[in-house]
Write a protein that binds this ligand. Structure first.
Ligand code: SF4
Length: 170
């Protein structure tokens, strides 16, 4: 994770009241966080000590009540037990980095209720402008270039996605 932290779009108090994230319908869901090599630093102790990632680099889940929960989710209060070290993708959500055959594109995930409530909205536009600046920073681009393994193909979810801009990374 780069030194420079990413400002959150969704306020924490809103996230903590929502049970949409961090749990998935399928065991192999594309929405599970995926770590690139350089994104593992904060979790190095856990990765060394335990069974944290699957062979593709996704955080493993725990099945319960017909869903697959991120192993770091505290289901009782929706908190993340590794919040300060969480994967970059978790910090970025409800914005995602989608791999296409020739580039990486930034989308907003329209399934997030907070996105639905703030679209169209001046706050949403301001955050997208902030994200563009964030991704232009040299250390962030270097981090992303070293972590292409965390990009995912979300083409199956196109109806849920709003295209924002191209990172021109590949
Ligand atoms: S690491 Fe934390 S924020 Fe990311 S999916 Fe798991 S519980 Fe959610």
């Amino acid at each position: 994770m780069p030194e420079l932290s990413l400002k959150q779009f969704v306020p924490s108090e809103v996230c903590l009241k929502c049970d949409g994230c961090c749990r998935y319908k399928e065991a192999d869901s594309a929405w599970r966080p995926k770590l690139g090599a350089g994104d593992k630093a904060g979790l190095a102790d856990l990765i060394t000590a335990g069974d944290v990632l699957d062979a593709q680099g996704y955080v493993k889940t725990i099945q319960s009540c017909g869903k697959h929960f991120c192993q770091f989710l505290n289901g009782g209060d929706n908190t993340c037990s590794i919040y300060t070290k969480r994967p970059f993708e978790c910090s970025l959500y409800p914005f995602i980095l989608a791999k296409t055959p020739d580039t990486v594109k930034v989308y907003a995930h329209l399934s997030c209720p907070y996105v639905q409530d703030h679209l169209p909205h001046v706050q949403f536009d301001a955050y997208v402008a902030y994200l563009k600046e964030f991704f232009h920073q040299a250390d962030i681009r270097e981090f992303l270039s070293r972590n292409k393994a965390m990009f995912h193909d979300y083409s199956l979810y196109a109806p849920e996605l709003l295209y924002l801009f191209d990172l021109s990374l590949l």
